[in-house]
Ligand binder design. Sequence first.
Ligand code: HEM
Length: 111
Amino acid sequence: MSTATAEAPPQSPYERLGGREVIQAITDRFYDLMDSDPAYARLRAMHAPDLAPMRASLAGFLTGWSGGPRDWWEQNPGKCMMSAHKPFAIDAEVAGQWAEAMSPAEPLTGP
Ligand code: HEM
């Protein structure tokens, strides 16, 4: 007799984060910061003037990567992230800017 049936399945990171809405908000905050704070000027200059396509693409990528709907993969069959980044001169400084812009101290929602 199995004893495993009573346990709820573990939540995916996607569910724990709050789903697509929160992932889009995190992504938008990331690009808002990149677009407005001179600390991220080198990173911003690597991106196209219009950030709207990246707001959709990165949010879609993170949604599927964290265990949510995989629309981005269906729309980008076989896309390799290493190859997508190859044209850019990414060094430690600009990689640090990416990571920093993705992790600001302020929470997404206030108390
Ligand atoms: C190491 C620091 C990184 C730098 C400097 C960087 C830079 C860039 C640039 C310049 C683009 C093209 C933007 C444009 O066309 O306007 C891009 C595309 C993209 N990046 Fe990054 N990136 C970094 C890390 C990451 C990470 C960690 C992820 C995922 C978690 C990611 C996900 C994406 C996605 C999904 C695209 C769009 C690809 C496409 O649709 O062709 N990037 N990145």
